[in-house]
Design a protein. Structure first.
Length: 316
């Protein structure tokens, strides 16, 4: 996925350069940035809406295109002015600074120079960051994978009312302030996998996708009824966490529950179904993974009656 993102970024930046009106603007100035931001808006939204599988097939079509272009279009062609005049820039106005490149980071660099901003998406993957950089107010998607972030503070995402996805895969996060995510009104996808998190903070009920696999939640890392009110939650991935129980209750909307490689030893007949209501059907939940747990699924034969499919796990 990292490579995929790089390929896309490379493509956009290349396109920006080719589309630049004169050779003079090839320097790393705000004109060029404006063109990159403006141009990529639609393309990027497009990518965001594709499933990764589809996105991958697109790499196939884009890749040869890039290589071909980089040889054939050596003399830069003049482009009409319109692109330069209608860039859709991120609103960088914030208490920490302003300008088209977003707020200033602590190193004095605007976030959109340190990272890459495409439309309202901010990419900070693989930048050796040890904290979340200040984000432009209209940020919708934020990626900061493969960094060295240790802590998420309560103000890191404050007032980012458009934020829909946070992806902090593979950092060193061990601590998250209780308020860090709670007040994000549009947050749908939260990816915190491959960190060192011991305690999951309170989460917004708007979430549809949670991946907190490969952390250190253990016995107490998930509060009781943590997911109960998430009426749109579809994917819940908590593999490799040394969990000793299935977090209940599970919302009706849930489609996939991945709990493999934990320490779950038992389940109740009411975990998924309702023993008092034999007509109850939990239609959505088609994908339950319990393999890699010390649990014998054969001991609770009635626990799966309402499910469209049996959970995957040890039956003997
Ligand atoms: C799993 O449970 C079934 C049903 O109670 C039992 O027959 C089987 O021996 C158990 N397997 C193990 C490995 O405990």
């Amino acid at each position: 996925m990292k490579t995929l993102a790089n390929i896309f970024l490379g493509f956009f930046i290349f396109e920006g350069i080719v589309a630049a009106p004169t050779i003079d603007t090839l320097t790393y100035d705000s004109d060029l940035y404006g063109i990159i931001l403006g141009e990529s808006d639609n393309l990027f939204d497009h990518i965001e809406n594709e499933q990764s599988a589809q996105a991958e097939t697109e790499v196939g079509t884009i890749l040869p295109f890039v290589t071909q272009d980089s040889y054939s279009s050596a003399p830069l062609t003049e482009e009409p002015e319109e692109e330069a005049s209608t860039p859709k820039l991120i609103d960088g106005s914030s208490p920490l600074g302003s300008g088209v490149l977003g707020p200033q980071t602590h190193d004095g660099l605007p976030t959109c120079l340190l990272c890459t901003c495409l439309g309202t998406t901010v990419y900070c993957d693989d930048h050796e960051l040890d904290a979340i950089p200040p984000l432009p107010k209209k940020t919708t998607y934020f990626y900061s994978r493969y960094n060295r972030i240790k802590k998420i503070n309560k103000n890191d995402f404050a007032n980012l009312n458009n934020l829909k996805r946070i992806d902090l895969t593979e950092n060193f996060i061990s601590e998250i302030d209780e308020d860090a995510f709670r007040r994000l009104p549009q947050l749908q996808e939260l990816v915190l996998r491959d960190n060192r998190i011991r305690q999951l903070p309170e989460l917004p009920v708007t979430l549809t996708f949670i991946d907190i696999s490969n952390n250190r939640l253990g016995r107490k890392g998930i509060r009781t009824e943590a997911f109960k009110d998430m009426i749109d939650l579809q994917h819940l991935y908590i593999t490799d966490n040394n969990l000793d129980h299935i977090p209940l209750p599970l919302p009706e909307s849930l489609q996939a529950l991945h709990l493999q490689n934990n320490n779950i030893q038992e389940m109740h007949e009411d975990t998924f179904c309702k023993m008092k209501d034999i007509t109850y059907v939990r239609r959505a939940l088609e994908d339950i993974r319990l393999d890699g747990n010390p649990i014998n699924l054969s001991k609770t034969p009635h626990a799966y009656m309402c499910l469209p499919r049996l959970p995957i796990g040890s039956l003997s």
